[in-house]
Design a binder for this molecule. Sequence first.
Ligand code: ADP
Ligand code: ZN
Length: 292
Amino acid sequence: MKLGAIEAGGTKFVCGIGNEQGEIFDRVSFPTTTPEETMEQVIRYFKEQDVEAIGVGSFGPVDLNKNSSTYGYITTTPKPYWNQYPLLGELQKHVNVPLGFDTDVNAAALGEAEWGAAKGLASCVYVTIGTGVGAGALVEGKLLHGLLHPEMGHILIKRHPEDHFEGRCPYHRDCLEGMAAGPAIEQRWGKKGFELEQTDKVWEFEAYYVAQAVTNLVYMLSPEKIILGGGVMKQKQLFPLIRGHVRDMLNGYVQKREVAEGIDDYIVPPGLGDNAGLSGALVLAKQELERA
Ligand code: ADP
Ligand code: ZN
């Protein structure tokens, strides 16, 4: 089965060709500029490939409701040019195959559950900490959508007592994304994350915030695995710090082996590395083909 996959991100669109076993044969990337420019390249790429279906995991907010007149749109994004953009419709005009569609983070959660760190599990959460913070959830084998789709990057968190950074979310100021996404780290410390490796306090604050999100996820969704990805999580020293805080915050309340003794295996990096989203988009393609 030859399947197409798109990871539509705010910085770049990653397109790939793969199959229903999660093998990826080709992978290209186009910068996210204007919809016209970016989509022209995406469409040209897939026109030269004879795929049976394409899965799209997109930055958002997006409309995932198939009964809605704006299904497949990127909706209220502050990203210039992409507000109310009919991503799926534009693609469908040029490629006549079934199209699967979900958020980028839901796709990543799905890919990880199919072939990655959460393989074989019916529930997991994938959190990305990059330019923004977002999370996708697989609950009892199904991706969670609900009213819109979860926007877990904007949850409210408690401040670190020594952190005086005001926060930079345009909607909520000091929500999780406003305090812990890559740009927040840069603004707080005046340097990019990867230049700050030696500074303990940087990662101490970061771990404290991410751990709160993880702790809340444990309580709210009870996932069997929590996967932390995105550029900021390339700082591997964050993992033990986060796990330590989560253990302290849970304070023995959740008495399950996975959390109590197996936390190193419970809060993990993506098993598929940077291919989680693209792999998940392959699953979305496969599922759409089965439905068609
Ligand atoms: P995006 O969220 O746009 O898809 P990324 O997940 O790569 O892309 O996130 C980009 C953000 O992550 C930037 O703010 C960048 O500074 C930060 N980042 C990227 N690599 C690293 C790293 N090795 N260490 C710390 N921060 C990083
Ligand atoms: Zn916010």
